[in-house]
Ligand binder design. Structure first.
Ligand code: UDP
Length: 428
């Protein structure tokens, strides 16, 4: 099944006002180029995770600027599709093993059905962006009348993918006119030569409820309603309960810092478990065990009895915390890093993937290689409010310059232009 998500209109001027004049002119030029063309972004989950988050902002902004843009979400007929694609996701990030014939059959079979659904629904657009490996086989299943220009956007870290899987998946990229990766390093090394590669790091929406300025008293009220003692310092990691986000390492870092800051509290916020991620519960159980019933470790997961919306809670905990952490051991980009930095907070990030692009170590945050280093930085920051403020200011400025959503829209339109010149021309 395929669903089209409708969005209310948004005020594009708010976003344009944030841009440097040169960037605003560039974006306007690209938008002009695409007036009269239509665009579809298609992915596998309506909510949860970074891709859904980006599209939720990018699609309405694109429409508001005058490029007709739709967002489509697939619902596979077999729920085991997501078990298979989660394994694919992990293997593309380096996990060992092979898929079974059954898993491959489910993966391909579900997408065959989706392609039929798309044809039957008469869904078409001039430019299609297919997001992530979940959608990869779909490109070759849609003919050029339905999808004249096809772009595959891969949001994950492909630096050390499982070779067995890459051998099977890479030929599927031949159906695309262009691949978009989040970082130079992620470009699949053995990708077919005639498929162009474009680098476009993700970005955040500064006006989304999750990122807009929240008064400190409101943030404290929400934190309090969640059971946090607002008179004591708090460190937070906002992340799905996922192996690669290393929630265990965050707990170890917190324990290290607690030796010098005994009143420290930790929040692990994992409310938005994506429905394409079946491993979350298992990770959560293991993290809860690792927390050993410490009353100062707060685990928030879904479903949970919430005093506010998910986005308000993310905003509140990021605004209220003294220090933020994203201690991933693999991270395609890590939207939570820019989200936290945009709040003007010092962020301690794992020294991997897209986190390295966002944080300039020692300037706009800290990069760490292990839990002990994270604990040391936590300890240092908790003892130095001025340092927190300085790093936080630099962090916000870095995000304003590089990681806001109009820049990403400009990149996608630029990529579509490039893909258009690479696409086979229709035969008259
Ligand atoms: N998120 C959320 N609530 C939570 C945990 C995460 O809304 O309790 C959001 C988070 O704010 C971010 C997204 O989920 O916008 C996660 O994106 P990221 O790129 O950091 O990681 P991914 O989940 O895609 O691996």
């Amino acid at each position: 099944m395929i669903d089209i998500i409708e969005y209310p209109t948004t005020d594009a001027n708010l976003y344009l006002d944030l841009l440097d004049p040169d960037d605003a002119r560039q974006l306007a030029g690209r938008v002009d180029h695409f007036k009269g063309s239509s665009v579809i972004h298609i992915n596998s989950t309506a909510y949860g995770g970074g891709v859904a988050e980006i599209l939720h902002s990018l699609v309405p902004l694109s429409n508001a600027l005058g490029v007709e843009t739709q967002r489509a979400v697939i619902t596979p007929r077999d729920s085991r599709f997501f078990d298979a694609t989660k394994r694919i996701h992990n293997m593309l990030q380096g996990a060992e093993g092979e898929l079974t014939d059954e898993e491959l059959a489910i993966y391909y079979g579900c997408l065959d059905d989706i392609a039929e659904d798309i044809e039957q629904a008469g869904l078409s657009a001039d430019v299609w962006f297919f997001h992530d490996p979940q959608l990869l086989p779909l490109g070759r299943l849609l003919d050029r009348r339905t999808a004249p220009i096809k772009v595959w956007v891969v949001h994950i870290d492909l630096t050390e993918p499982n070779p067995w899987l890459m051998e099977r998946l890479l030929p599927l990229t031949e159906a695309y006119d262009l691949l978009i990766c989040s970082l130079d390093d992620y470009a699949p090394r053995q990708a077919p030569e005639d498929v162009g590669i474009f680098v476009a790091p993700p970005a955040i929406d500064p006006f989304a409820p999750k990122n807009c300025e929240m008064p400190r008293h409101k943030a404290a009220d929400i934190a309090k309603a969640l059971g946090i003692d607002v008179s004591r310092p708090l460190v937070t990691q906002v992340s799905r309960f996922d192996f690669w986000k290393d929630p265990w390492g965050v707990i170890d870092a917190y324990r290290f810092a607690k030796r010098s800051h005994p009143d420290l509290q930790l929040a692990l916020l994992g409310l938005s478990q994506a429905n394409d991620d079946p491993e979350g519960e298992q990770v959560l159980r293991s993290v809860a065990e690792h927390a050993e019933s410490d009353p100062d470790i707060h685990l928030f997961f879904s479903p949970y009895d919430l005093p506010a919306t998910n986005d308000e809670i993310v905003n509140a905990l990021q605004t209220h915390s003294r220090v933020l952490v994203q201690k991933s051991t693999r991270e395609g980009f890590g939207l939570t890093v820019s989200e936290g930095m945009w709040k003007g907070k010092p962020m301690i990030g794992g020294n991997v993937g897209g986190i390295r692009l966002q944080i300039v170590d020692g300037e706009s945050g800290y990069l760490v290689d292990n839990a002990e280093q994270a604990g040391q930085r936590m300890t240092q920051l908790l003892a130095d409010a001025e340092l927190c403020a300085e790093i936080g200011r630099n962090a916000r400025d870095r995000v304003r310059q590089r990681f806001l959503i109009p820049r990403l829209l400009n990149d996608y339109l630029r990529a579509a232009q490039q893909a258009r010149s690479a696409a086979p021309q229709p035969v008259c």
